[in-house]
Design a protein around this ligand. Structure first.
Ligand SMILES: Cc1cc2nc3c(=O)[nH]c(=O)nc-3n(C[C@H](O)[C@H](O)[C@H](O)COP(=O)(O)OP(=O)(O)OC[C@H]3O[C@@H](n4cnc5c(N)ncnc54)[C@H](O)[C@@H]3O)c2cc1C
Length: 247
């Protein structure tokens, strides 16, 4: 027996976290070195692959500092990301050096998984545009936010299910679903495009040019950065040492 729209809405699940998995990669500090050394060594630069990259820390730092960016493009990382639609909406503004494929709301029925802020998410915004700061909410504000969001999500999903049950196409019925619904995508980038993303979508004490991203996209950025730092530790260190400005 199939569930009714109301029963399906009751089965909704609520998440405060995001998923980031590195599913495929070809990325190492030595990729930066051989690409850069073609300038002086021609085809011999491929010998760099067999050398200890630690010896070439200085070159990576020089490239980062003087913003010689193209040697940081000869690598690839593919992430599987699961996050609310409002995060993807910000994410896909990053056009250069990124490839995306997202699950379809036309070809499959969307699952009732929704975002609610966790306890550590600062809820209250103070100040004026460009100078916002976020402060903790009261326990009452946290309780209200969770409760109201869950009610609204359930109601929206019930409406979605009601239309599907009546034979309305998924691509039409999805119009009632909110941006707090989770979606999933593959996103492929290289170290240069990732650094540009991280410079804008994370807050960091070593950043020369501070940015003020929404916390939820920053959560995605932090997880991607942790994966990248393991693959390219010298490049990551040079990025931080040079103020987290993409070369
Ligand atoms: C804190 C924050 C707040 C934001 N608020 C808003 C907002 O209120 N409204 C809004 O619409 N967006 C907003 N954005 C999105 C922002 O405007 C950018 O679209 C997004 O950060 C992607 O940056 P990008 O264009 O540099 O990246 P990419 O698209 O990856 O481009 C990388 C670089 O390539 C070059 N480039 C790419 N395309 C062009 C082009 N057409 N012409 C010339 N050079 C190009 C630029 O040098 C660019 O920096 C915000 C972003 C942040 C980080």
């Amino acid at each position: 027996m199939t569930d009714t729209p109301a029963e399906n809405a009751q089965q909704a699940s609520f998440r405060s976290d995001v998923t980031v998995e590195l599913v495929k990669h070809s990325a190492a500090d030595s990729d930066v070195l051989w690409a850069a050394r073609v300038s002086t060594a021609g085809e011999q630069s491929l010998d760099e692959l067999r050398k200890d990259p630690e010896r070439s820390k200085g070159l990576i730092n020089f490239l980062m500092r003087d913003r010689h960016g193209s040697p940081f493009e000869h690598n690839s990382m593919t992430f599987f990301i699961s996050a609310p639609i409002f995060v993807f909406r910000e994410f896909m503004r990053h056009r250069v050096g990124w490839s995306y494929n997202e699950e379809s709301g036309r070809y499959r029925e969307l699952e009732p998984v929704f975002y609610v802020p966790g306890e550590s998410r600062k809820l209250v915004q103070e100040g004026r545009p460009g100078k916002y700061r976020f402060v903790e909410g009261t326990p009452e504000q946290h309780e209200l936010t969770g409760r109201v969001m869950e009610d609204a999500y359930r109601q929206a999903y019930r409406a979605y299910q009601e239309m599907l049950a009546a034979g309305v196409a998924r691509e039409v019925a999805r119009a009632v679903l909110p941006v707090g619904l989770f979606s999933s995508m593959y996103a492929t980038c290289n170290a240069r495009s990732l650094m540009h993303f991280l410079g804008l979508r994370t807050q960091h004490e070593q950043a020369k040019v501070p940015s003020f991203p929404q916390r939820e996209i920053e959560m995605v950025g932090e997880r991607m950065e942790a994966e990248w730092a393991k693959l390219m530790p010298l490049t990551h260190a040079a990025f931080n040492a040079n103020g987290r400005v993409a070369p």
